[in-house]
Design a protein around this ligand. Structure first.
Ligand code: URA
Length: 188
């Protein structure tokens, strides 16, 4: 574990713990407020993120930004990171060994940020953070509290591109996050 951001980021830049390092253009470390109260965790970088080195800047990210805008959630107030920091080929789901190799980096980020609320974007984030026994279709929209952190699993924004009906759920879930943050006097 690193107690400062620079060393953590540097160690990821040099990481070759899994095969994903071979295909990356950039690592996608994370972005936002390093003291955020609310953190968002996605799956892994796509082509746009790999090119820019920033999470959620592609199509799915634009959709998330629209929801943020509509609900008055400020991207600069929250912190956004992914389960894996390097792009999986063809945007496939990260394999177990890849997620496992990368998970300590994310744990380190969570420790440094110290968020009160974590939004889990999709099944990969949910299963790797809370456990394989969790199902996104069952747990979506439910608050799960563990070790003083409130987790809210919701659809991955890319799923909204495939299924319009999920947009309403996503919106509802982020509205709940916003409400909860405000009630707890948190920055969002
Ligand atoms: N999908 C993710 O899970 N993360 C990103 O950063 C972009 C798309």
């Amino acid at each position: 574990m690193y107690d400062n951001w620079e060393e953590l980021e540097e160690s990821i830049k040099n990481c070759d713990k899994c095969k994903l390092n071979k295909g990356r253009t950039n690592i996608v470390f994370g972005v936002g407020n390093k003291n955020a109260d609310v953190m968002f965790i996605g799956e892994g970088p796509g082509a746009d993120e790999d090119a820019e080195g920033i999470p959620f800047v592609g199509k799915a990210g634009k959709l998330m930004d629209q929801a943020f805008k509509g609900l008055n959630i400020n991207r600069e107030n929250v912190y956004i990171a992914n389960i894996v920091k390097c792009r999986p080929p063809q945007n496939r789901v990260p394999e177990k060994d890849e997620a496992m190799a990368c998970l300590n980096y994310l744990r380190n980020q969570v420790i440094l940020v110290n968020p009160k609320i974590i939004v889990l974007l999709g099944s990969t984030a949910l299963k790797n953070i809370l456990g394989e026994e969790y199902s996104i279709t069952k747990e979506r929209g439910k608050i799960i509290e563990k070790k003083d952190i409130k987790y809210l699993p919701t659809w991955h924004p890319a799923a909204l591109l495939r299924d319009e009906n999920k947009k309403l759920d996503f919106w509802k879930d982020l509205k709940e996050v916003k409400k909860m943050a405000e009630e707890m006097n948190l920055r969002i």
